[in-house]
Ligand binder design. Structure first.
Ligand code: GRF
Length: 200
């Protein structure tokens, strides 16, 4: 559709550096997309602060606000539908997305993971734990993966992956920093690919 900008929701829980890189890349690359919502399970975090400073809508939505999982799931879907959200990008979102939302956004939802999936994914594999595991396993390379989200944690089809070396003497922290830098280019590249493939 000419001039249509794909409506994106970005889900975050933390610092939001991937969220920022997506926001700036959309402007710099003139991508046919706009972030219409920054959703967080936390009332405040780096990502929501950035979104507010840049005039984007934020929404605090946590399962704790609801009596049942069904109500929480319905509220999330409702919030997405009201804003006509077409794509969801998980960027450091540390909660499981309700199944109904995953179904509704099948092949329209991406996640970024700081390792070369299918290795070093799954339950417990988040944050510094991932980089610790990579170093303990003696891997010579790590990297980042952007994948579609489906019902199985960290198992959806890979959209884009990029490698970084594990250097001798790396600590989990130094490796995390190298991978994060890679993520900041990879996620915008993956978004561009998704929009291209969808003809958005
Ligand atoms: C990133 O390493 C991402 O791969 C993972 O969580 C981290 C989020 O960092 N899912 P930030 O909030 O984008 O800075």
């Amino acid at each position: 559709m000419a001039n249509h900008k794909a409506r994106l929701a970005v889900f975050c829980s933390g610092a939001g550096s991937n969220f920022q890189s997506l926001y700036f890349a959309i402007a710099e690359r003139d991508l046919p997309a706009e972030i219409v919502l920054c959703l967080s399970n936390r009332s405040e975090c780096g990502a929501t602060a950035f979104a507010e400073q840049h005039g984007m809508e934020t929404l605090h939505l946590s399962e704790k606000q609801y009596d049942t999982h069904e109500e929480f799931s319905a509220a999330m879907l409702d919030a997405l539908r009201k804003r006509k959200v077409e794509y969801i990008l998980l960027a450091g979102y540390l909660r499981k997305v309700p199944e109904k939302v995953i179904e509704d956004y099948s092949l329209k939802m991406l996640n970024i993971h700081p390792a070369l999936l299918p290795k070093f994914g799954g339950p417990g594999m988040y944050g510094i734990n991932v980089h610790k595991a990579v170093i303990e396993a003696g891997e010579r390379e790590s990297g980042a993966t952007v994948h579609y989200v489906d019902a199985e944690y960290d198992k959806g089809p890979v959209l884009l992956q990029r490698r970084v070396p594990v250097e001798p003497g790396d600590t989990p922290e130094s490796l995390a920093a190298r991978v994060l830098e890679c993520e900041h280019r990879l996620y915008p590249d993956a978004l561009e690919k998704l929009l291209d493939e969808d003809g958005a």
